[in-house]
Write a protein of this length. Structure first.
Length: 298
């Protein structure tokens, strides 16, 4: 039994007319009559009682129509799911990454996602946490990796890194041989900081304020490499996350900061009140799975 013929039969049933059904199906009436006769031969019984006013379904026609409706609904579901699956394999994802984060891991994350979904393209933008959050709120980015501080009710997040900030000083600095320092010991130091677009700056300022001093900032930038070079050149000190400090290659020393410990939490964020495409949902699920390995390894 041909699925296409079943659809023709259903259209005749709905319209109650070969003429109207043929017009709706864009075929000739004789062709439609031949198809119905072929279907009746397959069933082994007439499907319609032909009257002058309207076609009436026979008992066999009623049985066929009942099952044809189920088949039609299943075919529609099949077509919808297939279309959704095909659409899900394609897409464009916009992600904001902070300059301070080691991009190597995210390159691997995106590369592994691309292996599963080769038709998905990515737009990556480097910026500070504040600007990334603003761009997500304004619909200019789909996701962002940010230093998480205050909770935003309009954003969903998944924290995957919990670290502490460490002190970075030039190797010739008078603190270079110490294993740890209290934050208040840095009140007379010259600070090199990220600019105001970076949440890391706020974490440091807040911690210093709680220790009753205002850090003396002599230089600020958006570039980690430049901060590293300035510290190595003995221009000042800086505070960076542990993982970032470990990646530094210049002639500097890293020292644990205690009393207080300054926590640095990294999260992936997205807009909570926004409709998420199936592809974006898949990316969240994929990213959470991969990023959970970072948490478990810490």
């Amino acid at each position: 039994m041909d699925i296409k013929h079943l659809r023709y039969f259903m259209e005749v049933t709905r319209t109650g007319s070969f003429t109207n059904a043929a017009e709706n199906l864009y075929i000739t009436q004789p062709a439609l009559s031949r198809i119905i006769k072929s279907l009746e031969a397959d069933v082994g019984a007439p499907l319609f009682i032909r009257s002058r006013k309207r076609l009436i379904l026979t008992d066999a026609g009623n049985v066929l129509y009942k099952h044809a409706q189920v088949i039609e609904k299943q075919l529609q579901l099949l077509e919808t799911e297939l279309a959704s699956m095909i659409a899900m394999r394609k897409g464009h994802i916009r992600i904001g990454l902070p300059t301070i984060v080691n991009s190597f891991f995210f390159s691997k994350l995106i590369a592994s996602f691309h292996q599963e979904y080769p038709e998905v393209t990515f737009q990556l933008e480097e910026d500070g946490s504040k600007r990334i959050e603003e761009k997500i709120m304004n619909g200019k980015l789909d996701f962002g990796v940010v230093v998480l501080s205050d909770k935003n009710d309009r954003l969903d997040d998944y924290t995957f890194v919990n670290e502490k900030l460490t002190l970075v000083v030039p190797s010739s600095h008078h603190l270079a041989e110490k294993r740890e320092v209290a934050l208040h010991e840095l009140k007379d130091e010259a600070f090199i900081m990220f600019n105001q677009d970076f949440e890391l700056r706020n974490l440091i300022l807040k911690a210093c304020k709680e220790e009753n001093f205002q850090p003396r900032i002599i230089s600020e930038t958006s570039q980690l490499d430049f901060i590293e070079e300035l510290v190595a050149s003995n221009l000042g000190i800086t505070l960076l996350p542990e993982s970032t400090s470990e990646e530094l290659t210049a002639d500097v020393q890293t020292i644990a900061v205690t009393n207080p410990v300054i926590e640095w939490n990294l999260a992936i964020i997205w807009k909570s009140d926004e409709y998420l495409s199936q592809m974006n949902k898949e990316f969240i699920s994929f990213a959470r799975d991969k990023l959970s390995h970072i948490q478990n390894g810490m």
